[in-house]
Design a protein around this ligand. Structure first.
Ligand SMILES: [Zn+2]
Length: 340
């Protein structure tokens, strides 16, 4: 187990170095594409939007939860998302919201365990969530623009659900020049403000580019579930390796439920012989300002204890195979520090 913890520390270190080295690239991207891009997505580790869309790390701000299940009625989420929108507005910018579900064309069991592999259910759920965002910010508002996107994880293909009812599978798009992609975005989303169209374009184009590139890690992504890390909290952009971790965001008021489900998925991985017995609980919180570090530590420690208690209550047989750690992550460098 020690070696598994070391593996996580090393993985974070590598990601942090990459994140820091991309700072100029990120700043340049933001200068060219100022729209605030937020993504709601499943905790499944195989969904890594910067890779899928070839955007620098840190451009797309993710919210993660089991199955990509969210409700803006959740008080914490409501406040956090609204703050993200407000910060963008203060900079004079709009917000593009990618509301995502995921599936695998090759094997239903590489699909979303958070929805018991039922793709239609997850699609319906995420469409309703998109509608909730529209309801809150206004149907025809030009500031917060949600789009429904499917992610096919065998090939990392985006499926765009147009507001005109049309569905475009990016795997089947032939034309790659920018002008025709812009026309396609306008056709799918007739009310999308021009600024957002321009900033949605590189995301779509990045997806097409990566489809054209043969990627070595693909084979790894073909595996069915084999996760052994239960990650709870925020700051997990570095944990995107397929089949490594299940990530539970801190927003669900019934956070015990997704923690329990995720622990159950890891236990099933043992039972099906996909991994050896072992689970690492990784509780994490993020701070942007060093002055907030002590508060942040308390959040991480609280979530660590909560997760341990939930596992002990629901799966007492897992306890002897459980290791847990609490960490805080510096938002400016994405470097984590183990605190407990
Ligand atoms: Zn999922």
């Amino acid at each position: 187990m020690k070696s598994k913890i070391n593996l996580l520390v090393e993985l974070n270190k590598k990601h942090s170095e990459l994140f820091c080295s991309q700072k100029l690239e990120r700043d340049l991207y933001r200068a060219n594409h100022p729209t605030n891009v937020v993504a709601f997505k499943c905790m499944d580790g195989r969904i890594h939007l910067p890779v899928i869309t070839q955007t620098p790390l840190g451009i797309i701000s993710p919210y993660r939860n089991m199955g990509g299940r969210f409700d803006l009625g959740w008080p914490l989420l409501n406040v956090s998302f609204d703050e993200s929108v407000s910060r963008a507005v203060k900079r004079g910018e709009r917000t593009l919201v990618l509301v995502t579900y995921h599936f695998s064309k090759g094997d239903a069991h590489r699909g979303c365990a958070g929805f018991s592999y039922n793709c239609e259910e997850s699609k319906k759920f995420t469409a309703n969530f998109r509608d909730q965002i529209r309801r809150i910010y206004g149907e025809n508002n030009q500031v917060v623009f949600p789009v429904l996107i499917g992610i096919e994880t065998d090939d990392d293909v985006l499926i765009l659900h147009g507001d005109n009812g049309e569905v475009v599978d990016m795997g089947e798009v032939e034309e790659e020049d920018e002008a025709s992609l812009v026309l396609m975005i306008r056709r799918l989303f007739p009310n999308m403000p021009e600024r957002i169209v321009s900033d949605f374009l590189p995301i779509i184009k990045g997806n097409l580019n990566q489809l054209g590139e043969k990627k070595e890690h693909k084979e790894e992504a073909q595996l069915v579930h084999g996760e052994w890390v239960l990650a709870v909290g925020k700051g997990f952009d570095w944990l995107h390796t397929p089949n490594l971790a299940l990530i539970v965001g801190p927003y669900d008021p019934n956070i015990g439920e997704p923690i329990k489900t995720a622990a159950g998925i890891i236990k099933a991985n043992w039972e099906f012989g996909r991994i050896e017995k072992g689970i690492v609980v990784l509780a994490s919180a993020v701070y942007a300002d060093a002055a907030d570090k002590t508060k942040t530590q308390e959040r991480a420690i609280f979530m660590q204890k909560l997760s341990e208690d939930i596992i002990a209550q629901n799966y007492p047989e897992m306890v002897e195979y459980m290791n847990s750690m609490a960490v805080v992550v510096d938002h400016n460098t994405m470097k984590m520090e183990v605190i407990g």
